[in-house]
Design a protein around this ligand. Structure first.
Ligand code: ADP
Ligand code: ASP
Ligand code: MG
Length: 422
């Protein structure tokens, strides 16, 4: 049997019909190398943003079921057009949506997890010599409800398909030439990495490197699927290979820097310093499916028997969180809640920082020397994150990128700037 390669093309790669014809060439090229090819595509260009915008014009609070019905249509357009482009170039191809394939997810709208992917139909098309073009981002539940996997989720569709089909590799084609030491749109002198471990890529993706969806990296690690992130516009370049950490040699303590502007900070003041306080507060959030990222509880003020608790959440969860705080106010007797939504989370990531003291100190000193105040800090084995003011994010990323010796002499090429929505 021929080896299977899964290729995924993101929104900028299929932004118009000429680009779709170009993608068809990239698919045929891979097939001509002797592989069976399954292609996953995203919605064209800014389609998903445009659909979100229309929904917001209709309703302040559209139901998540109907949002999934709406957003899943974007990928439906791309698969049919790409299958047509392949056929027009003489390559047998068939498009399939998540229902036709059987990309089964849990019943959670807007951020569903894939439970299982049926491979029989895809395999029978491959056996007939066809390229199978699958809609990314969407899934289906047992009772035929349409779900989506969260913004950027086509990466996860592709990697999960590669895992289910026991594919040789999953190639993620995008508008940059691979994974860089930071977003090349923020730091043009970012360096492209030839190789990065799943562990580091997962941390980077979680802290804002949106070149890959975090769950795609998790899935790749789980099924041991090698991923290549590469450019749609420079097919000869091999981009960045993502593999297990044991296959790598570690040189620098820091592999990458990322920023995330999608969170806000909530500070709950003068909470009673009693057992159970944090449990009540965070249970309330958990019940509403609100994920909390950083949490800091200040040193207790003994005389008053109180302290403050600060935490960060996604900006989209602000209203729900404030409603929950209002509900628990009486029970917890806190004095006040305030929200700081002009924050950025800046993170450094590197497996090389394990057992190497002084990396955190160097990060804090670099920020201090630039006059940047740190509002919150959190660490994991291979990551240090600081919350700073949003308008200092770019400066912080540039400074840290330089101090940890990540700058390259060359300027990274970023393709695919799309026109604004209006
Ligand atoms: P696609 O539409 O192909 O899925 P995305 O916009 O989701 O593309 O991801 C590609 C973008 O990710 C790049 O254009 C770049 O601005 C951004 N990015 C953020 N961090 C990084 C990083 N460390 N390396 C490469 N790209 C990054
Ligand atoms: N079209 C979806 C989005 O814009 C999924 C994806 O592109 O990965 O988020
Ligand atoms: Mg993406």
């Amino acid at each position: 049997m021929r080896k299977i390669i899964v290729q995924k093309f993101g929104g900028t790669s299929v932004a118009d019909t000429d680009k779709i014809k170009n993608v068809a060439k990239a698919v045929i090229r891979e097939r001509d190398l002797g592989h069976d090819v399954v292609v996953v595509v995203s919605a064209m260009g800014h389609t998903t943003d445009y659909l979100v915008k229309m929904a917001k014009e209709i309703s302040d609070n559209p139901s998540s079921r109907e949002m999934d019905m709406l957003l899943s249509t974007g990928e439906g357009v791309s698969i049919a057009l790409l299958a047509m482009a392949l056929q027009a170039q003489g390559c047998p191809a068939v498009s399939m949506n998540a229902i036709q394939v059987g990309i089964m997810t849990e019943k959670v709208h807007s951020k569903a997890r894939i439970i299982n992917i049926k491979t029989d139909k895809i395999k029978s098309h491959l056996e007939k010599g066809e390229v199978v073009v699958v809609a990314g981002f969407q899934g289906v539940t047992d009772d035929l409800e349409i779900t989506t996997l969260g913004r950027g989720g086509s990466d996860t569709s592709a990697v999960a398909l590669a895992g289910a089909l026991d594919a040789e590799r999953c190639d993620i084609y995008t508008d940059v030439e691979g994974v860089y030491t930071t977003d090349p749109r923020i730091v043009p002198h970012a360096s492209r990495l030839d190789i990065i471990s799943y562990e580091e890529m997962l941390e980077l993706a979680r802290v804002g490197a949106n070149v890959l969806h975090p769950r795609a990296v998790e899935t790749a690690k789980q099924y041991n699927v090698p991923i290549r992130v590469r450019s749609t516009f420079k097919l000869d370049n091999l981009g960045t290979l993502i593999v297990g950490v044991d296959e790598m040699e570690l040189h620098k303590p820091v592999t990458g820097v990322a920023s995330d502007l999608s969170q806000l900070r909530v500070v709950v003041c003068d909470v009673k310093d009693n057992p159970g306080t944090a449990a009540v507060l965070f249970n309330g959030l958990a019940k509403e499916n609100i994920s909390v990222d950083m949490i800091i509880q200040s040193y207790a003020r003994k005389a008053l028997n109180t302290n403050d608790i600060a935490f960060t959440i996604d900006k989209g969860d602000k209203e729900k969180t404030l409603e929950i705080m209002e509900k628990v106010k009486e029970e917890l007797e806190f004095s006040n809640v305030f929200v700081d939504d002009k924050i950025a989370k800046i993170s450094i990531v590197g497996a090389g920082m394990i057992d190497r003291p002084g990396i955190a100190a160097k990060m804090f000193k670099t920020l201090a020397d630039m006059g940047i105040n740190i509002k919150m800090i959190s660490t994991s084995e291979i990551k240090i994150s600081c919350i700073v003011a949003e308008d200092q994010a770019k400066k912080a990323v540039e400074g840290l990128h330089k101090v940890f010796h990540l700058d390259s002499d060359e300027v990274a090429e970023v393709k695919g700037d799309l026109p604004d929505l209006d």
